[in-house]
Design a protein around this ligand. Structure first.
Ligand code: ARG
Length: 357
C-alpha cells in the first residue's frame, strides 16, 4: 500500500464503491461436522449424510471452485479493487470446513474488523488458521481496529440443553426453535449487513441474543445493531434474504421477511423495497449439488458499486430483472462450484474498504 494511504478498513454499507476485499479459497475443504440437530436445522435434507467428520468435498468440485474463486479475484483486481487471499489450509486435517466463506467469520463495521464468535465448533479456528496474516497486515495501520473473538474457556456449552433454552425471536417471544442456546455469545458475521450507522441482522441457528449484545458492545461508537424479523425456519446467514442494490433500494426474499418487517426499521423508512417476484429457476444444465444452500443463493450477489453487481453466470432471469427494472449492470461470472460448497459472491468475500463518496 502506498505511503500515506492508511485506510485499510473502512466500510459503512454494502453498495459504495468497493476498494479492498478478501476473496476466499477452496482447497482442502471438508463437509462441516456438527451435531445432527444443527445439520438437520440448517442444511438441505437430501445431503445431510455428507456432514460427518473427515469427509472432503468431491475433488472435482474443489478444483473447479478454486478456479472460479481465482477468476473472480482476477476480475475484481482488473477493476482496480485490492484483493487479499487467505492462507492455504488443510481443513480436512484440521477438522475444519473451508477458507471459501470468509463472510461468515469476519464483519467490517466502519474502521473495525470483527471476528465472529462462531456457534459451530468446527469453525472455531477458521480465522486463526486462514486469516492471521491478513489480520496482522490490516491491524498494523494504526487507523483500524481488529477485534478477535472471545476465547471459549473449558467446554463449549452452546448445544447444551438446560435451563437456558429459547432466547426469543426478537419480539419478546421465548418459544424459539433455534438449535443453539444462549449460554455464551454466538454469531456468524453473515447474519449481519451494514446500512450506514445501522447494522441489520437476524437471529438464526448460529446467532443468539448474547451474540447480538456482544456485537453491539464492540462496534465503534455511533453504530447500532437492529434485528430484522425473519420467518426462515432454517435461518443461517441473512445474505440470501435481503440484498441492497444501492442506497434506497433493496430486494428481499418474500417468504423469509416482509415489507412490514423491513419498514419497522427507521433506516428503511424511505427505501424502495421489492420482493423478488420469481421462484429461483433450476439451473440448466443442472450444476453440481447445492450441498448447503437453497436456490435463493441467487440473492447472494456482491455489489461493486451502486450500478455493478456480481451475479452467477446461470442466474440470467435475476440478471435481466435487475437490469430492466433497476438499470443495474450485472457482471456474470461462473460460480456454481463455489455455490455447491455453501455460498456465492457475498459469502466468499469480506468487504474491507468501500469508499463513502
Ligand atoms: N442459508 C441461505 C440459504 O440456504 C444461504 C446463506 C449463505 N450465506 C453465507 N454467508 N454462507 O438460502
Amino acid at each position: 500500500m502506498a505511503a500515506g494511504d492508511a485506510t485499510l478498513i473502512s466500510a459503512d454499507n454494502e453498495w459504495s464503491p468497493l476498494r479492498a476485499v478478501i476473496v476466499g479459497r477452496a482447497e482442502n475443504s471438508a463437509f462441516p461436522s456438527e451435531p445432527a440437530k444443527m445439520i438437520e436445522a440448517t442444511m438441505p435434507a437430501e445431503h445431510a449424510a455428507n456432514f460427518k467428520p473427515g469427509n472432503p468435498f468431491p475433488a472435482e468440485i474443489l478444483s473447479k471452485a478454486q478456479e472460479e474463486l481465482d477468476n473472480f479475484a482476477a476480475i475484481l483486481q482488473s477493476k482496480g479493487i485490492r484483493v487479499y487471499r487467505p492462507r492455504k489450509v488443510d481443513w480436512l486435517k484440521e477438522g475444519g470446513y473451508t477458507g471459501a466463506m470468509p463472510r461468515d467469520g469476519l464483519l467490517t463495521v466502519g474502521n473495525t474488523l470483527i471476528e465472529a464468535p462462531f456457534a459451530w465448533g468446527c469453525r472455531r479456528n477458521e480465522i486463526n488458521l486462514g486469516y492471521v496474516d491478513i489480520l496482522s497486515e490490516l491491524g498494523a495501520s494504526g487507523t483500524s481496529r481488529i477485534c478477535r473473538a472471545p476465547q471459549i474457556v473449558g467446554k463449549d456449552t452452546i448445544y447444551d440443553d438446560g435451563k437456558i433454552k429459547g432466547f426469543g425471536n426478537g419480539n419478546g417471544d421465548d418459544s424459539s426453535h433455534w438449535i443453539v442456546n444462549n449460554s455464551r455469545p454466538a454469531f456468524d458475521a453473515a447474519d449481519f449487513m451494514r446500512f450506514g450507522k445501522t447494522i441489520i441482522g437476524q437471529l438464526s441457528h448460529v446467532t443468539n441474543r448474547k451474540g447480538v449484545d456482544y456485537l453491539q458492545a464492540i462496534v465503534p461508537g455511533g453504530y447500532s445493531v437492529e434485528i430484522l424479523e425473519t420467518t426462515d425456519e432454517h435461518a443461517m446467514h441473512i445474505d440470501a434474504t435481503i440484498l441492497p442494490l444501492r442506497k434506497g433500494l433493496l430486494v428481499y426474499h418474500p417468504e423469509r421477511t416482509s415489507k412490514a418487517a423491513l419498514r419497522g426499521h427507521d433506516v428503511f423508512r424511505d427505501w424502495e423495497l421489492h420482493a423478488y417476484p420469481f421462484a429461483p429457476q433450476p439451473r440448466e444444465p443442472p450444476g453440481p449439488p447445492m450441498f448447503m444452500c437453497s436456490p435463493w443463493l441467487l440473492l447472494n450477489a456482491l455489489s461493486l458499486d451502486e450500478n455493478r453487481i456480481m451475479v452467477e453466470a446461470n442466474d440470467t432471469q435475476f440478471a435481466s430483472w435487475v437490469t430492466d427494472k433497476f438499470g443495474m449492470t450485472p457482471i456474470l461470472c461462473p460460480f456454481q462450484h463455489v455455490n455447491s460448497m455453501g455460498g456465492s459472491f457475498h459469502c466468499a468475500t469480506v468487504d474491507l474498504v468501500r469508499s463513502s463518496v
